[in-house]
Design a protein around this ligand. Structure first.
Ligand SMILES: [Zn+2]
Length: 411
């Protein structure tokens, strides 16, 4: 399997020569990347090599050891997704659902407009003020913006807390750290660039107003116990301890991303079970941001309900990419059903232009990860068990379809 793993890494790097967003992280041998840059194999060459390795992998006998089975499945599924990405780069038009299944190993659910209307009618009674809900919500949220001069303090406080909570439950590498940068003109709101050796660069986009909920969201999602920790665990346990070289490269448009985004989002609930997040926001973050802490409870009740509207992003992406909505209609949909400001809806459609069906990884990923961990006994009232399952998941090569097929009795 090691030979196939090495070939996989080189193929991912080769696709990266044709698709600048494809290689999200690489910390394997620098000579491999130089070699790929020098020879720059064509998309057809990459395809035939990938197909050959896939055939070899499919012939390999199944190991008795679960983690080795997972590695085997990981290489097969990641390579299949690489072939789908190649087809896209060669001009094949998949539907949104085909693309999502092919790249992310999961089938996105469909939600009718009526589903979002029901959520909005519940929100209607909760958001104070008068007028249409989208405008009212936007007005209400103005009181919860972190001003730019407070941003650094608020983020650092959120990061300290998320790191401390994670460090108590996960043995982090001693040199792990990240740098934080504020950037502009990006289609995303935050990004983790993993550099290897347990070091990340986290960028936060300040183009649009940043609301108080983003502090913990970003600190946990991009940092602890999200992407920074996920990448550090894969490097530590798989790349270094086991010498599994395929974990020195991260292909962005691949099943791995559903696990990465799903654990990064669900990690917020793991780190702050029950009411602990509101307590922390109330006692630390609201004061640090100069906001009225008495409002924290109501703000987070509303915030929790708007979380359900995240699936409206998927519907907008599906209709827009499949040609059922034009850009303006997709933006209007996001304003109406995801309660975004017009500016944020524009940013979101630019994200969909660049990352396409990747949008499913956030909410579907979160739901699949939650189901998987909770089905193994890691519920809210057993937070130690939940951490244990979470840690195991982010230290393993398990992919989306593997979240459904492994009942607890097998481990
Ligand atoms: Zn993310």
């Amino acid at each position: 399997m090691n030979a196939a793993a090495e070939a996989y890494v080189k193929l991912v790097l080769a696709v990266g020569e044709h698709d600048p967003d494809y290689v999200d992280a690489y910390f394997g041998p620098p000579a491999w990347r130089e070699q790929v840059k020098l020879h720059r194999p064509s998309l057809d060459d990459i395809r035939s090599s990938a197909e050959k390795i896939l055939r070899d992998l499919e012939k390999l006998p199944r190991s008795d050891e679960e983690i080795v089975q997972l590695r085997h499945q990981y290489l097969i599924r990641q390579l299949r997704a690489l072939l789908v990405r190649l087809e896209m780069l060669q001009g094949h038009a998949f539907t949104f659902d085909e693309e999502a299944r092919g790249l992310y190993d999961a089938a996105p659910p469909h939600h009718p407009e009526s589903y979002f209307r029901t959520v909005l009618s519940n929100l209607d009674t909760m958001v104070p003020g008068s007028g249409p809900i989208a405008e009212r919500y936007e007005r209400y949220r103005k009181d919860f913006i972190i001003t730019l001069n407070k941003l650094e303090d608020v983020f650092q406080a959120a990061i300290r807390e998320c790191r401390e909570r994670t460090r108590r439950m996960i043995d982090l590498p001693p040199n792990e750290r990240f740098a934080l940068e504020y950037v502009n003109n990006k289609p995303w709101s935050g990004y983790n660039w993993y550099k290897g050796d347990s070091i990340s660069l986290i960028q936060i986009n300040t183009d649009l107003p940043i609301y108080i909920d983003r502090a913990v969201d970003l600190a946990a999602h991009e940092g602890y116990p999200g992407h920074h920790v996920y990448n550090s665990m894969l490097e530590k346990h798989l790349a270094r301890e086991r010498g599994w070289i395929e974990f020195t490269v991260y292909a962005l448009f691949s099943p791995q991303s559903l696990i990465a985004e799903g654990t990064a989002n669900f990690g917020i609930e793991v780190a702050f079970p029950g009411n602990q997040r509101i307590e922390f926001e109330h006692s630390v973050l609201f004061p640090a941001a100069g906001l009225d802490a008495a409002q924290a409870g109501e703000y987070y009740s509303i915030h929790r309900l708007t979380g359900v509207l995240n699936y409206a992003h998927n519907e907008a992406a599906r209709s827009y990419l499949d040609g059922a909505m034009n850009r303006q209609q997709a933006e209007e949909w996001l304003v109406s059903y995801a309660l975004m400001s017009p500016e944020r809806a524009k940013q979101r459609v630019r994200f969909i232009d660049a990352y396409r069906s990747y949008v499913i990884n956030y909410n579907l990923g979160q739901d699949l990860v939650r189901q998987y961990i909770e089905s193994r006994g890691g519920t809210d009232d057993n937070s130690a068990k939940r951490w244990e399952e979470f840690k195991r998941l982010i230290s393993s090569p398990r992919l989306p379809s593997g979240l459904r097929t492994s009942p607890p009795s097998q481990e």
